[in-house]
Design a protein around this ligand. Structure first.
Ligand SMILES: Nc1ncnc2c1ncn2[C@@H]1O[C@H](COP(=O)(O)OP(=O)(O)OP(=O)(O)O)[C@@H](O)[C@H]1O
Ligand SMILES: [Mg+2]
Length: 220
């Protein structure tokens, strides 16, 4: 489904972060990307989500070359295919939990009926993740674990084929990390969503079918 070929990326201050990296992900795959802090995990996720451009290499999604998409094409690719749970900036502080979650629905051109159906599905997911009582609250007044679950629901409202989750259990205690891990696995087994996670947690990585280590710009 997704294929990266000979992707390189460097930053002026840092030098080469990704060095001729290649990766193939099939539909329904679950992949954990591990590796030390600064090894380039977030950079790689941003490149897959077209938030950042590689210096060289090729990216194809469902057979389409997506590397040279312009901003509009990239935005459409993201909103129709990719769900993101970011490492930081989980939720927008001046919007309620409900508004945060429904934000991606507004970004797509769709009928009122379609939007309404997605809104109902979002509430189902909120109930499933135990945050339905938090709809009207602002992010500053909920816990880190609750914010992480809300960010997960937001990433899922447009039914992405791929969920990119960067340290989804980073700020969670052991119990909440376990719940998040189970939720992610369920999203894969029940909804067929392909998972690509960056994580420092062996436990979370253990729930994925594959684990790859990023080091010296390569995935092994
Ligand atoms: N926009 C940027 N400009 C300059 N350097 C950057 C930029 N983004 C990332 N880097 C550098 O690239 C390297 C890889 O960063 P990245 O955030 O991808 O690492 P990571 O593996 O996600 O680390 P962590 O486990 O701490 O989240 C780091 O040395 C970082 O400082
Ligand atoms: Mg990172």
């Amino acid at each position: 489904m997704l294929s990266l070929r000979n992707i390189s990326k460097s930053f002026i201050q840092r030098g080469l972060v990704l060095d001729n990296l290649s990766l193939d992900v099939s539909a329904g795959d679950t992949l954990a990307i591990m590796g030390p802090s600064g090894s380039g995990k977030t950079t790689l996720m941003n490149i897959i989500g077209l938030l950042e451009k590689p210096d060289s290499g090729m990216i194809t999604f469902l057979g389409n070359d997506i590397r040279n998409y312009n901003d509009d094409e990239s935005a459409l690719y993201r909103s129709s295919n990719i769900g993101f749970v970011f490492q930081d900036h989980l939720l927008l502080p001046h919007l309620t939990v409900r508004e945060n979650i429904l934000l991606p629905i507004l970004a797509l051109k769709q009928s009122r009926a379609e939007a309404q159906m997605k809104e109902e599905e979002a509430f189902t997911l909120m109930r499933k993740t135990g945050i339905s009582e938090l709809s009207a609250k602002y992010p500053g007044t909920i816990s880190g674990g609750e914010a992480q679950r809300a960010a997960l629901v937001r990433a899922l409202v447009n039914k992405p084929s791929i969920l990119l989750a960067d340290e989804p259990t980073g700020s969670l205690d052991a119990d909440n990390a376990e719940i998040m891990g189970e939720l992610l696995s369920e999203m894969n087994s029940e909804l067929g969503i392909t998972l690509i996670l960056a994580t420092h947690s062996d436990k979370l990585a253990g729930k994925m079918a594959r684990t790859m280590i990023l080091g010296h710009g390569k995935l092994i």
